[in-house]
Design a protein around this ligand. Sequence first.
Ligand SMILES: CC(=O)N[C@H]1[C@@H](OP(=O)(O)OP(=O)(O)OC[C@H]2O[C@@H](n3ccc(=O)[nH]c3=O)[C@H](O)[C@@H]2O)O[C@H](CO)[C@@H](O)[C@@H]1O[C@H](C)C(=O)N[C@@H](C)C(=O)N[C@H](CCC(=O)O)C(=O)O
Ligand SMILES: Nc1ncnc2c1ncn2[C@@H]1O[C@H](COP(=O)(O)OP(=O)(O)OP(=O)(O)O)[C@@H](O)[C@H]1O
Ligand SMILES: N[C@H](CCC[C@H](N)C(=O)O)C(=O)O
Ligand SMILES: [Mg+2]
Length: 496
Amino acid sequence: MKRLQSLISCLPSYKNESNENPLIKDLHMDSREVSEGSLFFCISGFTVDGHDFADQAANSGAAAIIAERELKYINIPVIIVRSSKRAMALISACFYDYPTNKLQLIGVTGTNGKTTTTHLIEKILLDNNRKPGIIGTMYMKYDGKEIPVQNTTPESLVLQKGFSEMAKSGVDTVAMEVSSHALEMGRVHGTDFDVAVFTNLSQDHLDYHGTMERYAHAKGLLFAQLGNGYGEGKQPVAVINIDDPYFNEIEIMTAAPIITFGIKKNADIRAEHVSINEQGTSFTMTMGNQSVPVTMKLTGTFSVYNALAAAAACYASDVPLESIAKSLETLEGVSGRFERVEINQPFHIIVDYAHTPDSLENVLNTIKEFAKGKISVVVGCGGDRDKTKRPIMANIAEKLSDYVYLTSDNPRTEDPIEILKQMEEGMEGSNYTVIESRRDAIFEAVRRAERDEIILIAGKGHETYQTIGTVNHHFDDRLVAKDAVEECRKWEQEKE
Ligand SMILES: CC(=O)N[C@H]1[C@@H](OP(=O)(O)OP(=O)(O)OC[C@H]2O[C@@H](n3ccc(=O)[nH]c3=O)[C@H](O)[C@@H]2O)O[C@H](CO)[C@@H](O)[C@@H]1O[C@H](C)C(=O)N[C@@H](C)C(=O)N[C@H](CCC(=O)O)C(=O)O
Ligand SMILES: Nc1ncnc2c1ncn2[C@@H]1O[C@H](COP(=O)(O)OP(=O)(O)OP(=O)(O)O)[C@@H](O)[C@H]1O
Ligand SMILES: N[C@H](CCC[C@H](N)C(=O)O)C(=O)O
Ligand SMILES: [Mg+2]
């Protein structure tokens, strides 16, 4: 708890016409959650304007309000700022006593591989007797708890509270995903990163960023803020994929020392003698004159990149290279990423979170390397998201497989049939079918599967819901695939 005046004194500028100095007990940006003594932030959102809920917040006991314009008929202090979101980030950090100064914080950004890399980092740290926390697409996780999150990178007040709880429970290092949306909207403003990791950049989120240049710039903001307001005696480090075409755009954004990683170019941490098979990958991880062999169960060249990114981040966080290699060897995999569904069926099912052109291409190319039979793909594209990736993803699925089932992902508020039509524009031949219901598409793919075929079910990975309209329905690709195999078995037995 802090007094209002002390909280607003952390802002670079504000207008306050009240002399009151109430005790602030909590921070809220949703009027429906406001309780007695809260500070309410009016955020002008994409759907509604939080300023319209100021009176509701005041009626629910808010002690003061932060807004971007004067508000009429409100009889609690209203502090005017230029950006409520940025002010919220700075005040949240202050309210929770700057928790990121007390933690080693590793931020991971890039189009693909963030969730995977943060989990690799978590594994390495756990094996090295550290107490890691994770924040990302799947959850906020620490001390045996998994707390659901609404966004990959939560809003600043959720984030700072999370850091604070983590620090209190003894977490020493946090690996978090930092999305381009969060960077652009200032959700991580006021957060003190020790290590910033760039995995890669390829097409996604053009609905939001407009162009690849703007998208790259947003990712670069993580590197621009690296070392700002830095805790004494600590040195920030940037970990950057040197093989990525956007390396220069990212590297130029920071004054911090850089550790590069890669396979093709001369990187600081690099993988040599890379060998990939169905069971996983093996390579030699080299840094300076140190070389360690690595064998891991994650497969595909993209997994080697994720391993190198995690290795470099952990190395920058004082974990020796040999320990890193050992931890990578015993990692089982990350939920919904290249996850196999095997219940003794004579073909294979892989569930993967590929929901961008690049990730789909990577996963299918990996599958092609060891496929003994046909490859089929069940794939859709999310609604209310980048429309331009839809035909591209469909085309990649067609080019790199034998048969495609175009289906729904999370249609959200869009018409699923319209999304499918846009995907279909990318198809050149006729080896595909359109089945709107994802469940029916998975069942059809399983029903038609031949011996040794590999069915890739792409796009939803670990998700346990499907968002149709604004409603989340329970849906888990892995469970539906199992149901399909079992149902097909029953049909076969009935036929005999
Ligand atoms: C486009 C976007 O980022 N939207 C985020 C935004 O929602 P919004 O602007 O629609 O909010 P709004 O409904 O207009 O509400 C505006 C304000 O009024 C308040 N309000 C609203 C109603 C009410 O009765 N009272 C009230 O006070 C709201 O709490 C809010 O403060 O603010 C919400 C609350 O924090 C976010 O959860 C929401 O993320 C949505 C779910 C989302 O899908 N975001 C995506 C685009 C995103 O951010 N994705 C990245 C990951 C990308 C990647 O994987 O690379 C992420 O970090 O999650
Ligand atoms: N380094 C990589 N390069 C390209 N594709 C990758 C890489 N790592 C993972 N992928 C693919 O991307 C999918 C998503 O991986 P992951 O969840 O780790 O990414 P993410 O960056 O966290 O995604 P999101 O933006 O949804 O949070 C994986 O299922 C895999 O298909
Ligand atoms: N973080 C990603 C998740 C996409 C997952 C996919 N299943 C979809 O719904 O499009 C996004 O917001 O674009
Ligand atoms: Mg993620």
